[in-house]
Design a protein around this ligand. Structure first.
Ligand code: SAH
Ligand code: SF4
Ligand code: F3S
Length: 476
């Protein structure tokens, strides 16, 4: 029977409304479990960046609060949630392939509730495809209403109809949604949502909406709460953290916010992601230099080393400005690691432009870089530009960039050999159970013998041997 009184009595304010729906969805879950004869499980699969990872922690919190039990098995779970990414087309194709293979297995469990949300869903092409070709997908929502998962789950359990609820604009920022962290000792914290930069290749502003900063007192309250809950490392998240504070009432900037987070007892390490080179201030560099807690790592996406291509990308810095900035950071913050993102095959790019990119790689000596093949995204200005590159050219130039990156980063990684570094122990080594894996302040990993009880602690580890991009070490 469909219950409409639940809606009539629902609070209008958030997050109270969602806590109310968590309770009511929980009652319907119990009913469903008695029909099925077993407790219902859920699995969340996340694609994409740290933003999505953090959103998934919130949705894991909501599903757990409804009373579903988390399971490792995507194919066995009663509720399967996919949090999608659409930054490049291969991400989309991978997802459809994955979903298709799940659909085949779904025949065994027609009661399964498959949910798709996240960035891909913000594109109408994707929503239509899910509607028409994947009828086993029951609930679909975008990036702006993830906090409403409990309400949507209640509607589905109540009525059984497929739900498509995708907003084309962000609504209010809803605070205090439950979340369950993947790691007990570290956490991402959103400081802003969306992006206003409109780099011409990028879909993010269209699928995540305009840039909105969270109130600083809410951010600090969340950080303090996480510290009380055992979190030692916080990563402040935004598409361009350097423009934090635009458009909010309190006079807060990103460097000032860092100083406030630093005052919180229990927080031992602070990271942030991502910094747009055009807005990275001297004040930020000096605060990093003087801080004991801010990690020695800046991810500073270059995208291209050619000023001509950077202009076409709307990045708003030149090759020289980027190199000067990176070298200034290296000079002022000893031991800092600088990582980057590079795109190869932007429309109209030439071999001379790639020469410039390689030149920047050689000058800055990146500690690490993600290199991507340009992928045209529908609705972005670059997708309409002329001069698409052919696959052979891309393969050749991509290899050239990759080789330069690997040469430099191997050499950079090895410069710490023999040093003792403070390491946050993250997990048991995947390949060797006698070993633990930990991360240094500069974001490099070290593997060393140790007991799993040490996970979550910060230890001094001697870096005995560099193996390319990681170290083998021992505790001291
Ligand atoms: N806000 C971050 C980037 C987020 S997207 C910043 O501005 O630095 C992560 C990376 O994906 C980008 O840095 C870029 O290198 C890459 N990327 C984005 N759109 C792309 C596209 N259309 N094709 C290939 N790579 C892309
Ligand atoms: Fe995309 Fe540019 Fe915004 Fe980064 S800054 S998310 S690359 S538009
Ligand atoms: Fe992907 Fe969305 Fe992040 S498109 S990279 S998950 S903001």
């Amino acid at each position: 029977m469909i219950d409409t009184t639940v809606f009539d009595n629902a609070p209008l304010c958030e997050p109270e409304r969602q806590y109310y729906f968590i309770d009511h969805a929980s009652s319907l879950r119990l009913k469903k479990e008695s029909e099925l004869g077993h407790p219902m499980t859920f699995h969340v699969t996340t694609f994409g960046c740290q933003m999505n990872a953090r959103d998934s922690e919130k949705m894991t919190g909501i599903l757990s609060n409804i009373g579903f039990t988390e399971t490792d098995s995507e194919t066995e779970a009663d509720v399967v949630l996919f949090n999608t990414c659409t930054i490049r087309d291969n991400a989309n194709q991978k997802f459809y392939g994955h979903l298709g293979s799940l659909g085949g297995k779904n025949a065994k469990n027609p009661d399964r509730i498959v949910i798709v949300c996240g960035c891909m869903v913000q594109e109408s092409e994707c929503t239509n495809r899910l509607k028409e070709s994947y009828d086993f997908v029951k609930i679909v929502f975008g990036t702006h209403n993830i906090y409403k998962l409990a309400e949507l789950m209640f509607c589905y359990l109540n009525k059984g109809d497929r739900i498509f609820d995708v907003w084309d604009k962000p609504g209010e920022i809803v605070e205090d949604i439950p979340s369950i962290r993947k790691y007990p000792f570290k956490s991402g914290v959103n400081i802003m949502f969306g992006c206003n930069n409109y780099c011409t290749y990028c879909i993010v502003p269209y699928v995540r909406g305009n840039e909105r900063s969270r109130a600083s007192d809410e951010i600090l309250r969340e950080c303090a709460h996480l510290a009380q809950d055992g979190v030692k490392e916080i990563m402040l998240l935004g598409q361009n953290v350097n423009s934090y504070g635009n458009g909010i009432k309190d006079e807060m900037t990103f460097p000032k916010l860092l100083k406030e987070v630093e005052k919180i007892d229990g927080i031992k390490r602070i990271r942030f992601m991502t910094s747009h080179p055009k807005d990275l201030s001297d004040e930020l560099i000096n605060i990093m230099r003087d801080s004991d807690k801010i990690c020695r790592h800046i991810h500073l996406p270059l995208q291209s080393g050619s000023t001509r291509i950077l202009t076409a990308m709307n990045r708003r810095y030149t090759k020289e400005q980027y190199v000067d900035l990176a070298l200034k950071i290296r000079d002022r913050i000893p031991g800092v690691s600088i990582t980057t993102d590079i795109i190869v095959g932007f429309p109209g790019e030439t071999t001379e432009d790639i020469d410039d990119t390689v030149d920047v790689i050689r000058k800055v000596k990146f500690d690490g870089a993600f290199t991507f093949v340009y992928s045209p995204r529908t609705g972005t200005p670059a997708a309409k530009m002329e001069g698409f590159k052919d696959p052979d050219w891309i393969r050749r130039e991509f290899d050239r960039v990759l080789t330069a990156v690997q040469d430099e980063s191997k050499e950079m990684a090895a410069r710490f050999t023999g040093r003792i570094e403070s390491v946050l122990v993250e997990e048991v080594n995947e390949k060797d159970v006698g070993f633990l894996s930990g991360r240094m302040s500069n974001n490099l990993m070290v593997h060393f013998p140790g007991d799993p009880s040490l996970i979550g602690s910060i230890l001094d580890v001697k870096l005995n041997e560099c193996r390319g991009f990681y170290y083998i070490g021992e505790t001291v």
